[in-house]
Design a binder for this molecule. Structure first.
Ligand SMILES: Cc1cc2nc3c(=O)[nH]c(=O)nc-3n(C[C@H](O)[C@H](O)[C@H](O)COP(=O)(O)O)c2cc1C
Length: 397
């Protein structure tokens, strides 16, 4: 993982100034046995039937290809809604800490919010105790399409907390986490993994997950030591090898910067879909064919300057935030990501933002207006060759 994952403890301590405006599912109640909506858990199924069921579920969801990756503090509801509006066909929540989720009501209501248009949805947990994970998962299963296990977080906090990619040192524990969910939940369990340095180890790992009941596997084509996504290119060959070795749907993750990457990745790996993270933060309209200047300069194929720019997208994001309140730290992070290039030209406006301890929507809309008045122009581009057949530019309000 290339950028910041803030300590969960500090997330917990930070107050949401809009506390009483959070109005989402009642996940505060203790979970009920098998409260989900898609029938019986996997526990009674044979291996063959599990595979069939995994595909049937994937098909029922419309086989989404363009997917918002899980991002702590960044793939929250308003951002997911913005990406869905611009072509994303499914999305992951940020990683939620299963133990804290079961213990702390405030954490639950602040960190997991959703709405009925927010589907298909993967809810991701980190965990190292199967019973705790199941307790957490049961609380969200009525509101999602997969409960996902984070097996890829490479950060120091994950090492200390014994979760994420550090569970790769304890495969029997991973197996028990997956089995626990697969045998007891009504929604399927998915896993997001990183690769081992050795290809055969990675393939054996993926097969173990499939045998344990994992119904969908997202493969990030980097090892846990390759933390910097800008420095290390994701290895699509490994994703392809995993895709060929297992029978459940596989998603590819890493190096998706624009729609040409999507097409190439799907072709090269054979994966069912792709996840994008960092590039979407800068350009949430990526899945609609828009790209930032970085990916068009020098190309002769540009045929039009799109009608959008990042400030437009930020304004749309802020509107979603007004409708679906989230902690200000998440909003602040998106302002920096979406307006990063603009701030490089006018660092004084970034300084004003940084100096503003307590944010308001009025202040943020004003930032956008000031940049526009200064005449900053940074359109997103649409390439001549981009067709949108992969994307669905849906109307989400
Ligand atoms: C800000 C940020 C937060 C992230 N948080 C998570 C997370 O909560 N769970 C997870 O599995 N991966 C997380 N990741 C990793 C991404 O999901 C993704 O695997 C990685 O960034 C590679 O994709 P990319 O090359 O498209 O950026 C995060 C990445 C970023 C940039």
């Amino acid at each position: 993982m290339a950028t910041q994952t803030r300590p969960l403890s500090s997330q917990l301590l930070e107050d949401n100034e809009d506390d009483d405006r959070l109005c989402y599912p009642d996940i505060t109640a203790p979970p009920t046995e098998h409260s989900g909506q898609i029938g019986r858990p996997n526990g009674y199924l044979t291996g063959e039937s599990r595979i069939e069921r995994a595909w049937a579920h994937w098909k029922k969801l419309g086989q989404p290809k363009l997917i918002v990756a899980p991002m702590v503090d960044n793939s929250e509801l308003p951002f997911r809604m913005l990406c869905r509006k611009y072509g994303a066909q499914a999305a992951y929540t940020p990683m939620l800490h299963s133990r804290i989720f079961t213990e702390n009501e405030k954490y639950r209501s602040q960190e997991f919010t959703t709405c009925k248009e927010d589907r298909p949805l993967f809810v991701q947990f980190c965990a190292n105790d199967p019973d705790v994970l199941l307790d957490a998962a049961r609380r969200v299963e009525p509101y999602c399409d997969y409960v996902d296990i984070n097996l890829g977080c490479p950060q120091r906090i994950a090492r200390r907390g014994r979760y994420g990619a550090f569970l790769m040192d304890n495969l029997p524990l991973i197996k028990s986490l997956v089995e626990k969910l697969a045998d007891n939940l009504n929604v399927p369990v998915s896993c997001k993994i990183r690769m081992f340095p050795d290809l055969q180890d990675t393939i054996n790992y993926a097969k173990m997950l499939e045998d344990a009941g994992c119904a969908l596997l997202a493969v990030h084509g980097r090892t846990r030591d390759e933390k910097d996504g800008k420095k290390f290119r994701a290895n699509w060959n490994v994703i392809k090898a995993v895709r060929n070795a297992v029978r459940i749907p596989v998603l590819a993750n890493g190096n998706i910067r624009h729609m040409d990457d999507v097409r190439e990745c799907l072709e090269e790996t054979g994966a069912e879909g792709v996840l994008s993270a960092e590039s979407l933060l800068e350009n949430p309209a990526l899945f609609s064919g828009y790209r930032t200047a970085e990916w068009v300069l020098g190309s002769e194929e540009i045929n039009k300057e799109g009608k959008l720019d990042q400030a437009d997208l930020l304004v749309e994001y802020l509107k979603f935030c007004e409708k679906h309140p989230v902690p200000w730290r998440m909003i602040r992070s998106h302002v920096h990501k979406m307006l990063g290039e603009w701030f490089r030209i006018h660092p004084n406006i970034r300084d004003d933002l940084n100096a503003q301890y307590k944010l308001t929507f009025e202040f943020l809309y004003d930032i956008v207006n000031r940049l526009r008045e200064l005449g900053v122009k940074m359109p997103l581009f649409v390439m001549g060759s981009d067709d949108y057949s992969l994307s669905s530019h849906r109307s989400v309000v």
